[in-house]
Design a protein around this ligand. Structure first.
Ligand SMILES: Nc1ncnc2c1ncn2[C@@H]1O[C@H](COP(=O)(O)OP(=O)(O)OP(=O)(O)O)[C@@H](O)[C@H]1O
Ligand SMILES: [Mg+2]
Length: 261
C-alpha cells in the first residue's frame, strides 16, 4: 500500500517513490511513497517494528552500513537520486544529518565534537573560523551558555539532555539541509525533552526535520505533518492536527487512540 501526499504546500525537499527495504529475504518496507517538504517538521509514528527507523535510515543511506540490508525504489533530494553510485555518501550524510535515540558524542572534547565535521568537510580551516562554527552551532543548539567555559572537557561528561543537544549541534555544524532524528528524546527526562522540543521548533526555520517518535503528544507538539506506518506500509500522511483529530484510516485511529501499540 502506498500513500501520496497531494496537497502539499511548499517546496519538496526529498521524494521517496516505491521504496522497499529488505533485510535478507525479509521485506521490511513495502513500497512507500512520501515527500518531505522543505522546512517542515514531519513526524513518523507507528507501532514498534513497523519500519520507522528503517525508512528514516533510507533518507541518508545509513542502511548501507547494514550488510544484509537492500533498498530499492527511488529517493531524491532536490531532484537528485541519493542512491546514484557516483554520489559521495560522506557528503550526503553531512547534508542529511542524523541524531540518534541514545546521545552518542565522540570520546573527545566538547569543542572537538563540533569541530570534527567542519574540519573533515573543509568548511573551516583557520582556528578562528573553527571557533566561530563551534560557538554558533552550540548557540543554535541552545547549549553555548552551559558549556562555554568547559569546551576542552569531554562531551561524554555532559548530562543526557546536554549530550543530545551536543549531538544536534554537531549535526548543525556542517550546515545540513535535513536533520533526521530517531526518537531523540526517549532517553531524556521531561525537562530535557521540552528543551529539545523547543529547539526543534526553532531549527525548522533553517532546516528540514524528520523525527521518529513514540510519544504522540510530542508528535502533536512539534510536527507540521505526521506519517503513520504500520507493518512496513505508510498508512496515512497529512497535517498533524488532521491525522490526530480526524484520521482517515481505521488503523491510524486505533493507534492514536491507544487501541494497540
Ligand atoms: N539490522 C536488522 N536486521 C534484520 N532485521 C531488521 C534490522 N533492523 C530492523 N529489522 C527489522 O525490520 C523491521 C522494522 O524495524 P525498525 O527498527 O525499522 O522498526 P521501528 O518502527 O523503528 O521500531 P521501534 O519503534 O521499535 O524502533 C522489523 O521487523 C525489524 O525486526
Ligand atoms: Mg526504531
Amino acid at each position: 500500500m502506498t500513500a501520496i501526499e497531494t496537497n502539499s504546500s511548499g517546496k519538496v525537499k526529498m521524494t521517496a517513490r516505491d521504496v522497499r527495504v529488505f533485510y535478507g529475504d525479509n521485506e521490511a518496507i513495502h513500497g512507500v511513497d512520501l515527500d518531505v517538504i522543505e522546512n517542515e517538521v514531519i513526524a513518523f509514528i507507528g507501532p514498534s517494528g513497523c519500519g520507522k527507523s528503517t525508512f528514516l535510515r533510507c533518507l541518508n543511506r545509513m542502511n548501507d552500513t547494514i550488510d544484509i540490508c537492500r533498498v530499492t525504489g527511488s529517493i531524491k533530494m532536490d531532484g537528485r537520486d541519493i542512491y546514484d553510485p557516483s554520489l559521495d555518501v560522506v557528503q550526503l550524510r553531512a547534508q542529511v544529518g542524523m541524531v540518534f535515540q541514545k546521545p552518542n558524542p565522540f570520546p573527545k572534547s566538547i569543542y572537538e565534537n563540533i569541530a570534527y565535521g567542519p574540519r573533515l568537510h573543509g568548511l573551516a580551516s583557520r582556528k578562528s573560523e573553527l571557533d566561530d562554527v563551534v560557538e554558533s552551532s552550540l548557540r543554535r543548539a541552545g547549549l553555548w551558555n552551559e558549556v562555554k567555559d568547559r569546551l576542552d572537557q569531554p562531551g561524554t561528561g555532559l548530562s543526557g539532555g546536554q549530550q543530545q543537544r551536543l549531538c544536534i549541534a554537531r549535526s548543525i555544524a556542517v550546515s545540513p539541509d535535513v536533520i533526521l532524528m530517531d526518537e531523540p528524546c526517549s532517553a531524556l527526562d521531561p525537562i530535557a525533552t521540552s528543551i529539545i522540543e523547543e529547539l526543534i521548533d526553532e531549527l525548522k526555520q533553517n532546516f528540514t526535520i524528520v523525527i521518529v517518535t513514540h510519544n504522540m503528544q510530542q508528535a502533536a507538539r512539534v510536527s507540521d505533518r505526521t506519517a503513520f506506518f504500520h507493518l512496513g506500509d505508510l498508512i496515512e500522511i497529512g497535517a498533524t492536527n488532521e491525522v490526530f483529530t480526524n484520521p482517515k484510516n481505521k488503523r491510524t485511529e486505533d493507534y492514536i487512540t491507544g487501541r494497540y501499540g
